[in-house]
Write a protein that binds this ligand. Structure first.
Ligand code: FES
Length: 102
């Protein structure tokens, strides 16, 4: 298990997200109301990069077909058919830097 720096907290204001490559995976890190969350960046429907979608409230909305995943839980929030939840990752804030714990 290791820690990977994402960016400075000030570089990721509320309502914004960023994709990072870590441990061979693509991971989305989002700021939801001042708290940071991380989950898989790949949509479990057809593989779009979720970081190219939008944030609505707590949800990231996939830019391809509109699946919504709750950033605070990494679970599917809304889609016409059941698709898998995302995997979540632990985010740590230290000295104003955002880290992923892998
Ligand atoms: S690829 Fe994300 S909703 Fe279809």
């Amino acid at each position: 298990m290791g820690k990977i720096i994402v960016c400075k907290a000030a570089e990721l204001p509320p309502g914004r997200m960023q994709k990072v490559a870590a441990d061979g995976k693509e991971i989305l890190v989002a700021n939801i109301n001042g708290n940071f969350y991380a989950m898989d960046d790949t949509c479990t429907h057809s593989g779009a990069s979720l970081s190219e979608g939008t944030i609505e409230g707590n949800n990231v909305v996939c830019g391809w077909h509109g699946a919504k995943f709750d950033c605070t839980t990494a679970k599917l929030a809304e889609f016409p058919v059941k698709i898998k939840d995302l995997r979540s990752y632990k985010v740590v804030l230290e000295s104003d830097n955002i880290f992923l714990e892998m």
